[in-house]
Design a protein around this ligand. Structure first.
Ligand SMILES: *[C@@H]1O[C@H](CO)[C@@H](O)[C@H](O)[C@H]1NC(C)=O
Ligand SMILES: *[C@@H]1O[C@H](CO)[C@@H](O)[C@H](O)[C@H]1NC(C)=O
Ligand SMILES: *[C@@H]1O[C@H](CO)[C@@H](O)[C@H](O)[C@H]1NC(C)=O
Ligand SMILES: *[C@@H]1O[C@H](CO)[C@@H](O)[C@H](O)[C@H]1NC(C)=O
Ligand SMILES: *[C@@H]1O[C@H](CO)[C@@H](O)[C@H](O)[C@H]1NC(C)=O
Ligand SMILES: *[C@@H]1O[C@H](CO)[C@@H](O)[C@H](O)[C@H]1NC(C)=O
Ligand SMILES: *[C@@H]1O[C@H](CO)[C@@H](O)[C@H](O)[C@H]1NC(C)=O
Length: 273
């Protein structure tokens, strides 16, 4: 009897939990998506179903009515809004979607920084923000997302160094920061295989003018090649020669004119005979 009673109680609890799940949305997901919607501009009206009714309940159990969102167990776990001509910025409140495993906002026209708040997304495995106009630095806080498999940030306007700490992401299998404005040395932790850390080849780093070190060429020798220095030396020598020559010419001409004028003055002063 006790066993049956216990089973009944468990059944009731499970049923109630399931009902609650399908009726009540997660307040964090709700806050997250509302803020994400606010910070995005959607000139092509690609997110037409991101309306109040759906934002108030982003997950109907495992289904989301929001384009690009995917749910699992009543929580948002994937957000794929790529190639939709979206503008605006990435809201730091994205960090409220705490079950997010995949964030793909690639191939839009997003500006602004990559929010360091992404560090709260401890389940994040895929981060694809490629082909946007994001600027600022790559946040070193991304190392807090220990499950990251893919970091794809190629084709943006990112500056500053590649954070050395990213090398400790043991699961990282794809890393692409090509075609940005990054500078400084490539961290050895990302370029060289040490232990079982992955290693990324030059393809991952190309198209950043001031990035250097293996697997790219070493730092350019401070300033200029010998040929350039010789060229500049000769050039400036010639230029100063021409300049001083012109200077002398002008001086001569001016003096000549002055003398002429003085002569004129003198002749004016001279009484006419
Ligand atoms: C969302 O994130 C912010 C900042 O991390 C936090 O203060 C807030 O409690 C979270 N949840 C909601 C529902 O806003
Ligand atoms: C949620 O899903 C159920 C069953 O699939 C459906 O009947 C209901 O209309 C959906 N609710 C919303 C708000 O979409
Ligand atoms: C991006 O969207 C445009 C317009 O809808 C389409 O023509 C193009 O094929 C898409 N590109 C990719 C890579 O999906
Ligand atoms: C958005 O609209 C622009 C101009 O109307 C068009 O060129 C572009 O292909 C559209 N993008 C998508 C993803 O539909
Ligand atoms: C990121 O998205 C772009 C285009 O949207 C795609 O071409 C690329 O393969 C994706 N990166 C990875 C590592 O899957
Ligand atoms: C990478 O490893 C090779 C040998 O395995 C070494 O010669 C090279 O200096 C290392 N590069 C960096 C940047 O540590
Ligand atoms: C670099 O690595 C990528 C992915 O691991 C691979 O597809 C590509 O062929 C490699 N390129 C070179 C030049 O080795």
């Amino acid at each position: 009897m006790d066993g049956v009673g216990g089973a009944a109680v468990v059944l009731v609890i499970v049923t109630v939990t399931m009902m609650m799940r399908s009726c009540v949305s997660d307040p964090n997901d709700e806050a997250c998506l509302r803020e994400v919607a606010k910070s995005l501009e959607d000139p092509n009206r690609s997110l037409q179903n991101w309306i109040e009714k759906n934002l108030a309940k982003p997950c109907n159990d495992s289904i989301s009515n929001l384009q690009g969102a995917t749910c699992n167990n009543g929580r948002i776990y994937r957000l794929s809004l790529n190639n939709l001509s979206l503008r605006g910025t990435i809201s730091p409140f994205i960090s409220n979607c705490t079950n997010l495993q995949s964030l793909d906002l690639s191939s839009n026209a997003l500006t602004g920084p990559i929010p360091p708040e992404l560090q709260s997304l401890v389940n994040l495995a895929v981060l694809n923000l490629s082909s946007n106009q994001l600027h600022g630095q790559i946040p070193p806080q991304l190392t807090m997302c220990a499950y990251l498999n893919i970091i794809d940030l190629h084709d943006n306007l990112l500056t500053g160094p590649i954070p050395q700490q990213l090398g400790i992401l043991v699961r990282l299998s794809t890393f692409d920061v090509s075609n940005n404005r990054l500078s400084g040395p490539i961290p050895a932790s990302l370029s060289n295989r040490t232990g079982n850390l992955p290693r990324f080849n030059a393809t991952s780093f190309l198209g950043n003018k001031d990035l250097y070190g293996y697997p790219l060429p070493p730092m350019k020798t401070k300033g200029l090649s010998v040929l350039a220095i010789v060229g500049i030396g000769l050039g400036s020598g010639l230029a100063s020669l021409v300049l001083s020559f012109t200077g002398v010419c002008i001086w001569l001409k001016v003096t000549e004119q002055k003398m002429g004028q003085d002569e004129g003055k003198i002749s004016q002063l001279m009484p006419d005979y």
